[in-house]
Ligand binder design. Structure first.
Ligand code: IPM
Ligand code: MN
Length: 353
């Protein structure tokens, strides 16, 4: 019998709906070629709904979203809404409530795409950052006293439990084994200053690695140092695992080396629950409705989602189709500079799938 997947779609703000439309187009093409079916249910959460109704994300929606096989998200962020409200109220809330404790960010330079790294090509830039997605300064632990006075004190705690670190590391080791490239997992931390938190990470990393993953080579980098090496020698990396805040920063660094906003895809993963896939590009309000934004990141998210659902062949077919299009068709990856419209890029990839 054909497999059937139920996908919740949150197109979101700005250009989110345009890129999501192309992502769905390509996913549908893959479904019909590889013999599974997809049911998309749309949800209108985002800035417009918030401005109209005052509602960000009703509790009932969170419960409803738990019933899907995956969530496909466009972009969250609206120029008329104060920064932080939608990000915290939708994106971070879903990550936390659905316990999507891993953020998966492939850093892969597709052929034909420009990188700001001199003398580096697709053969050098192909690794994955696994960002812990549930702890750290993102937990909101802390507070402020004497606000508005010269003595104001603000505290935002870097929080990690052994359980959080262990489950993320286990995922990272498994992922490295399955990826089967150089079988090297690098921990990115700051053991020379953050001597509590990264001592915990480092001990867990070595204990788990020694005991259960002797086939995986372990490396360690301080976060400041890895920021240089990701530029100078990206070919060193296979899989990098890191904390939430450091991961937030180095995944943007990685993204620009693979061509930036229009290309980088991300997955918020709960290995035992509902995961959510989102292009990291943002809502790009300036380009809304013009059909000029690059949908490759969203399409690549679709491939990640299918891979996660177990449709590996379909995911590979999408990846290969993307690479054929970036190598042979697109002039540039920037909005309005591709030589094709948003929907034409979707068509090109879908035809190839
Ligand atoms: C990301 C974003 C979010 C984060 C923001 C929008 C809250 O930068 O997905 O990396 O900091 O995690
Ligand atoms: Mn970020």
């Amino acid at each position: 019998m054909n497999k059937k997947y139920n996908i919740a779609v949150i197109p979101g703000d700005g250009t989110g709906p345009e890129v999501v439309r192309e992502g769905k187009k390509v996913i549908r093409a893959a479904a019909s070629r590889f013999g599974f079916s997809i049911n998309f249910e749309e949800y209108d959460f985002g800035g417009d709904r918030y401005l109209k109704t005052g509602e960000i994300l009703p509790d009932s929606a969170v419960e409803e979203l738990k019933k899907y096989d995956s969530i496909f998200l466009g972009a969250i962020g609206h120029p008329d809404v104060k920064p932080g409200i939608l990000e915290k109220g939708i994106l971070l809330r879903l990550r936390f409530e659905l316990d999507q404790y891993v953020n998966l960010s492939p850093v892969k330079l597709y052929p034909g795409v420009d990188t700001p790294l001199k003398d580096k090509g697709p053969e050098h830039i192909d690794y994955v950052v696994i960002r812990e997605n549930s702890g750290d300064v993102y937990t909101g632990s802390g507070g402020v006293t004497m606000k508005g006075t010269p003595n104001e004190i603000a505290i935002q705690n870097m929080v990690y439990s052994r359980m959080q670190v262990d489950r993320c590391l286990k995922y990272a080791f498994e992922y490295t084994r399955k990826r089967n490239k150089t079988k090297t997992l690098a921990l990115c931390g700051k053991t020379n200053v953050l001597t509590y938190v990264f001592d915990l990470w480092e001990r867990a990393f070595n204990e788990i690695g020694e005991k259960s993953y002797p086939d995986i080579k372990r490396d360690y980098y301080h976060v400041d140092a890895i920021s240089m090496w990701m530029i100078k020698n990206p070919e060193w990396f296979d899989v990098v695992v890191t904390s939430n805040m450091f991961g937030d920063i180095i995944t943007d660094l990685g993204a620009i080396t693979q061509g930036g906003m229009g290309v980088a895809a991300g997955g918020n993963i709960n290995p035992d629950g509902v995961s959510m896939f989102e292009p990291i590009g943002g809502s790009a309000p300036k380009y809304t409705g013009q059909n000029v934004i690059n949908p490759i990141a969203a399409i690549s998210c679709g491939a990640m989602m299918l891979n996660h659902l177990g449709e590996e062949k379909a995911a590979d077919a999408i990846e290969n189709a993307i690479m054929d299009v970036t190598a042979n068709k697109l002039k540039d990856m920037g909005a309005g500079r591709m030589g094709y419209s948003t929907s034409e890029v979707g068509d090109l990839v879908a035809e190839r799938v």
